[in-house]
Design a binder for this molecule. Sequence first.
Ligand code: NDP
Length: 484
Amino acid sequence: MTTSTPSAAPCVADRPALSEAVPQTLLLLGASGDLAARLLLPGLGRLVASGAVPDLRLVGSGRDDWDDERWRGRIAGSFATVGAGGPREAEVVRSARYLAADVTAEEDLRRLLAACQGQTVIFFALPPAVTARAAATLARIGLPPGTRLMLEKPFGTDTASARSLNDLLAGLVPEDQVHRIDHFLGKSTVVNILGLRFANRIFEPVLNSAHVACVDIVFDEALGLEGRAGYYDGAGALVDMVQSHLLQVLALMAMDAPPTLDAREVRGRKAQVLRATRVWDGDPVRWSRRARYTAGEVDGRRLPAYADEPGIDPTRGTETLAEVVLAVDTWRWAGVPFRLRSGKALAGRRKEAVITFRQPPRVPTGLTGYEQPDRLRIGFGPDRLGLDVNINGPGDPLEIDQVHLVADFGPGGLPPYGEVLRGAFDGDPTLSVRGDTAEECWRIVAPVLEVWRAGAVPLQEYPAGSHGPADSLLAPAPGEVARY
Ligand code: NDP
């Protein structure tokens, strides 16, 4: 027997990191904000420590009248939270500069761009409306060739605003230089899902409507508002989690095999899936749920009701838990409900995609105890594969038991923001959301937002520390054991 090893397909991992050769500048707009301190700078610290960006300058900007020393203190403090205190990181801190600026003003932006050297990455860690105004100002003054842009979620507030922001960005740089951040899935998680699905012959042949009963994508967190009223009360769980992150997971779970891991292939297949995705039965009233938490206890911590949190306007009716059932109208998935849910202040932290299989067509008479369906679970953070499968367990061989097989995926070396920053420094947009996809995601949730705003779906309540509303759309089917 002869075997042949196909020559390696070109993929992003084979590409020499651009950062090896070219000096780079990260221009951080919104440097004094929460995102910069808590997520972005720690991710950057780990990235710098890894040696992936050997020649980096960091220029920070905000409206606050900080000086370089204060900014360096902020960077060093954030780096320290992830143990990034080595010589490479110290050099980035030492050479960092801070410039106070109004990023909607032409003169100020010109000054900021003049402070950048080499390959420039501009990170918009700004309120969304300010980002749009800054982009419009940049469109008037122009950008140095090769500049890459990193934009935070939410990307727009609906399909029309996402489209007009896309139009604006298209006039600034080519699409491949726009990095719309989805930090939920780091590179390792994306590759873990693709490897599980497409690097063996076990799972992929049964991942279709002939064998799958439903797919659940769940992000339940124990955390409540955590002081983020200013952002969250205007967004809510549907926009904050489902419209952005969970639809990206859906796309990876449902897409067809890309021939390579190249950004064009992966993002193209994700876009195909999302174009085919819509609310189940076209009935957003029946197939969505919204709720918000009341006072309760989570992990021994007392939480006030969401409506009583400082900075919340209870009359807005912002939900802290959202559920929606979607259809992916492709040959492979037609008829399989994709049930998405995300909620805050819940009893159990749960971050996973679960594929529930149909029952076998015929179980030999004489075997008992096989009522629970088989399930394939992909847990996120830590990334883990779980398989709940019916087999003859210990004891009576006629009695079927469900065993739970678990395997850990390799953890990524970088935190999520380290990975998305690396994508921008390396000019690899695989992890970022393509412009048309950002618009599709708004198109998918638009009917739900519309019926919620019209009051057609009641805003339910659940005590903090509970499992959410009793009539969850993800409630187990009769005969299944409830997991939450
Ligand atoms: P903050 O309100 O904490 O910070 C916003 C920053 O923008 C501040 O530094 C602020 O400066 C600056 N800014 C506002 N207007 C201007 C202006 N005209 N010119 C210059 N600077 C300006 O927000 P976050 O850091 O929390 O969020 C930033 C973005 O990241 C938002 O789009 C948010 O949706 C997104 N995001 C945030 C996450 C988080 O955990 N915080 C998570 C995921 C996304 P000043 O203080 O002087 O006004």
